[in-house]
Design a protein. Structure first.
Length: 261
């Protein structure tokens, strides 16, 4: 795709086209390895040092290798879908593509092709028609995200990102590590209304900061001062924001969902 900006619409549209082309109608129909094989791509697992997955293309045939030490099945599924995104969208870019988990999820370091492959992956394994119905009128609580991740066989992080991408009201996802913001993404209504600097130290008043200090996770979402997360936001009617922070101990990270009351 030309240009330096990722094209979400084309990526998502291609995923929807594949559902239609292969006659997929339910989540049970989507077996990624079988779909890949039908598209001319063989999926294998094996050791990889510096990537979660890579794609090798030779003409109309391809090979996806997924890192065999990835513990989460949902993360492996996303990696396969991400590489299929490259297969469908980026035939002219390279014959070999290697992708890390950071490439697949972070919008700040990833290139346009990496983001497009991730948009494709999200739309393929969490199609809007099915996922969107399940989040209508909801708030992004840990309980809801956990249920969705089990149903769609996705990681919690990928599920949270898809939630934010498909909800138009005010919500955002933030991933932090070692007490600092690693990356974040906002919903459509939040776009242009605030900014969180990647690398910024978490405010001590946030639930996320408390989790890094060893405090127990609250049993329900908490109201915190809006300025604790959005210190420069001045045009919101509320001076508080709802925070649900979830420790991801396997990765030494905290995933935070934010939304206005």
């Amino acid at each position: 795709m030309p240009g330096n900006q990722p094209n979400r619409a084309i990526a998502s549209g291609e995923a929807a086209r594949i559902w239609k082309q292969y006659g997929l109608s339910s989540l049970g129909d989507l077996v990624l390895e079988d779909l890949a094989l039908a598209m001319g791509v063989l999926v294998v697992e094996g050791p990889l040092d510096s990537a979660d997955a890579w794609l090798l293309r030779k003409g109309e045939r391809g090979l996806i290798r997924v890192k065999d030490s990835i513990a989460e099945p949902g993360r492996k599924r996303f990696a396969i879908a991400h590489e299929l995104g490259h297969w469908v969208l980026h035939r002219r870019i390279s014959q070999i593509l290697a992708c890390t988990n950071e490439d697949m999820l972070s919008a700040y370091k990833a290139s346009a092709p990496e983001l497009e492959a991730s948009f494709f992956a999200s739309a393929l394994i969490m199609p809007e028609e099915l996922f969107g119905k399940r989040i209508e009128g909801t708030t992004p609580t840990a309980q809801l995200l956990s249920r969705l991740s089990q149903e769609f066989q996705t990681s919690l992080t990928a599920t949270a990102l898809r939630y934010v991408d498909l909800r138009e009201d005010y919500c955002a996802v933030v991933v932090s590590e070692k007490g600092t913001v690693k990356w974040w993404r906002e919903s459509q209504d939040f776009k242009g209304r605030f900014w969180i600097d990647p690398g910024a130290k978490l405010s001590a008043n946030t639930v996320a900061a408390g989790l890094f200090r060893g405090q127990l996770k609250p049993s329900k979402p908490e109201k915190v001062d809006l300025a604790s997360w959005l210190p420069h936001a001045t045009d919101f009617d509320s001076d508080v924001i709802i925070e649900e922070s979830i420790p991801m101990t396997r990765y030494g990270q905290v995933l935070t969902m934010l939304w206005l009351p």
